[in-house]
Write a protein of this length. Structure first.
Length: 106
């Protein structure tokens, strides 16, 4: 194990002297960005179950952001709809998804 710089989620910090911990598999359905975030955290910290839930939500949010970035790569942030300036549908959908996830956790 490699040394780290303090616990992000309050979990136990892993150091070179720490015993090896069980690797927690990434939740199903995560895409590349979410899996990358998940792996970077579980490789460095021993998380409690409540911290794992927070990490799963953060990982899913990372996937939403990556999807939004891909969808809007070459698109304008706003579009004209019958004399009104409206945000791109992809932005609205991503924001709604993130808010829905946040409501479930409260």
């Amino acid at each position: 194990m490699r040394a780290t710089h303090g616990a992000v989620f309050g979990g136990s910090e892993m150091t070179d002297e720490s015993p090896q911990i069980r690797r927690i598999p990434a939740p199903s359905g995560l895409s590349r960005a979410g899996r990358r975030l998940w792996k970077s955290v579980v490789d460095a910290y021993d998380l409690r179950p409540d911290e794992q839930v927070l990490l799963e939500n953060a990982s899913r949010t990372a996937d939403y952001v990556a999807q939004l970035d891909a969808a809007l790569k070459d698109a304008p942030l706003v579009v004209l709809e019958s004399a009104a300036v409206m945000p791109q549908d992809a932005i609205v959908a991503a924001a709604e998804a993130v808010l829905r996830d946040a409501e479930v956790d409260e």
